[in-house]
Design a protein around this ligand. Structure first.
Ligand code: HEM
Length: 395
C-alpha cells in the first residue's frame, strides 16, 4: 500500500505544504508565478469549504477579470477560452450546446467503440518493445484516440495534438505554450471548416450545423469550446489512467481483488483511485466578485481563491484514513470531478474510459509489472496536472 501519494512521489504545490493546512480554515498562500506575476490566493482545503466554494456564484471563474489568478499564460487579446473560465449565463449558454454529447445515454452508446479502442491499444502495447512507457505508449494514446473519435478528427492527427497539448500543459515555458496554443487553434479551425463543407456524425459537425450555421455560436467561442474539450478530455484522462495503473502495479492484493470476476470492482476502484491520487492540484481557481465568507474566513471582493480538490479528497472527516486507498469505502463524494456549475461535463465519459482502459490493459497483459522502483518515478510539476513523466513496465 502506498502512503499519502503526493507527498511521496510528487513535490507539493503550492507552498506551504498542504498537509499542514489541510484540515484548517482558508490560508493565504503565494501562488507559483505565471508569466512572471506572483499572486496571492486563499487556499481552500476542507471538503465542506471546497464544496461550498464551488457552488458559490459570487466566486467567479471568468478569467478575463483583472487580477484573475490564471494558471497558464494565455494573453487576453487571444482568447477563445472555452466555458470553463466563464460565468453564467454565458457559461451555461455555451455548455448547453455540447451537453447533449455527454449524457449517460450517449456515453453508453459510445461504449462498444471505446472497448474496441482500448483493446486495440493494449494489443499494440503487447506487440511493442519492452520495457514500454505506460504513459506514452498506452494512457496518452488511448485518451487522445477517444477525444479524436468524439470530435471526428482522423486517428492520424492524434500525434500532432498529443504533442501540442503536451507542450501546452506540461512544458511550463510561456513562449512555447503560447505557440502550441496557436497551433491547436489553427488545427481546430481547419477541422471545423472541413466539417462545415462535409459534415459527419461527430460533435464538431453537430456544433457547426446546429449552432454556428444558425448564428448562435461565433467562431471564437466554437474554437474555445473545441480547445477546452481537446485539452480537458485528453490530459486528465491519460494522467488518471497512469496513476490508477500505478496503484494496481504496486499492490498485488488490490490488483487481484479489483480484477477478479471480470473486473467487477473496477468502477469502484476507479472512483477511489481518483480520490486518492487527486491529479488536478492547483488549477481550480476563482475570484470573489463581492465579500464572501468561507467557513470562518472573509474573502474580500477581488481576492482570489485556489480550491484544493486534493485536500478536500483527503479530508479525514469525510474519508477516514484518507492516505489509504480502500476500495470498500464510499468514495462517491470525492470532488475530483468538481462540483456545482462547472462540474466536469465529461465525467461519465472519463469514468468509462479509465475503467475500460485498465480492464483491457490488465486482461491483455496479466503479467504486467513495474520496470523500476516506485521511488524512481518522477512527477512533472505543472499548474494544471501533476502527471508521471513516465511509467516503465514489462510483462
Ligand atoms: C471540467 C476533472 C475528464 C470535459 C472539469 C472540472 C474538473 C474536471 C475538476 C472542473 C474544474 C473547475 O471547476 O474549475 C476531470 C477529470 C477527468 C476529466 C479528473 C478525467 C479523469 C474529462 C473528459 C472531458 C472533460 C473526458 C470531455 C471530453 C470537461 C469540461 C469541463 C470540465 C468541458 C468544463 C465544465 C464547465 O465549465 O461547465 N473536469 N475531467 N473532462 N471537464 Fe473534466
Amino acid at each position: 500500500m502506498l502512503d499519502w501519494p503526493l507527498a511521496r512521489v510528487c513535490p507539493l504545490s503550492p507552498p506551504p505544504a498542504l498537509g499542514v493546512v489541510r484540515d484548517g480554515p482558508p490560508t493565504l498562500v503565494r501562488l507559483p508565478a505565471v508569466a512572471g506575476e506572483e499572486q496571492l490566493a486563499w487556499l481552500i482545503t476542507r471538503h465542506e469549504d471546497v464544496k461550498a466554494a464551488l457552488k458559490d456564484p459570487r466566486l467567479s471563474a471568468d478569467e478575463t477579470r483583472p487580477g484573475f489568478p490564471l494558471r497558464i499564460p494565455v494573453p487576453t487579446d487571444d482568447r477563445p477560452s472555452g466555458f470553463l473560465r466563464m460565468d453564467d449565463p454565458e457559461h451555461g449558454r455555451l455548455r448547453r450546446m455540447v451537453a447533449p454529447e455527454f449524457t449517460a445515454r450517449r456515453v453508453r452508446m459510445l461504449r462498444p467503440g471505446l472497448q474496441e479502442l482500448t483493446d486495440r491499444a493494449a494489443d499494440a502495447l503487447a506487440a511493442g518493445p519492452q520495457p514500454a512507457d505506460l504513459v506514452r505508449d498506452f494512457a496518452a494514446h488511448v485518451s487522445a484516440l477517444v477525444i479524436a473519435r468524439l470530435l471526428g478528427i482522423p486517428d492520424e492527427h492524434t500525434a500532432f495534438f498529443l504533442e501540442q497539448t503536451r507542450i501546452l500543459l506540461t512544458d511550463g515555458d510561456p513562449a512555447l505554450s503560447l505557440a502550441a496554443h496557436h497551433r491547436i487553434i489553427a488545427f481546430l479551425d481547419e477541422t471545423a471548416r472541413a466539417k462545415e463543407k462535409q459534415p459527419g456524425d461527430d460533435l464538431v459537425s453537430r456544433l457547426v450545423t446546429n449552432h454556428v450555421a444558425t448564428g448562435e455560436l461565433d467562431r471564437a467561442d466554437l474554437l474555445g469550446i473545441l480547445k477546452l474539450l481537446l485539452i480537458a478530455g485528453h490530459e486528465s484522462t491519460a494522467t488518471q489512467i497512469a496513476f490508477s495503473a500505478l496503484s494496481l502495479l504496486t499492490d498485488d492484493g488490490l490488483r487481484a481483488e479489483v480484477l477478479a470476476d471480470g473486473g467487477a470492482l473496477l468502477p469502484q476502484f476507479v472512483e477511489e483511485s481518483m480520490r486518492f491520487w487527486s491529479i488536478i492540484q492547483d488549477n481550480v481557481v476563482r475570484q470573489a466578485t463581492e465579500d464572501v465568507r468561507i467557513g470562518e474566513t472573509l474573502v474580500g471582493a477581488g481576492e482570489s481563491v485556489m480550491i484544493s480538490l486534493l485536500a478536500a479528497n483527503h479530508d479525514a472527516t469525510v474519508f477516514p484514513r484518507p492516505e489509504r486507498l480502500d476500495i470498500h469505502r464510499d468514495a462517491s463524494d470525492h470532488l475530483l470531478w468538481g462540483h456545482g456549475a462547472h462540474f466536469c461535463l465529461g465525467a461519465s465519459l472519463g469514468r468509462l474510459e479509465v475503467t475500460l482502459a485498465l480492464g483491457s490493459l490488465f486482461t491483455t497483459l496479466p503479467t504486467l509489472r513495474l520496470a523500476c522502483e516506485v521511488g524512481q518515478l518522477r512527477v512533472r510539476e505543472h499548474p494544471v496536472f501533476h502527471s508521471l513523466t513516465e511509467l516503465p513496465v514489462v510483462w
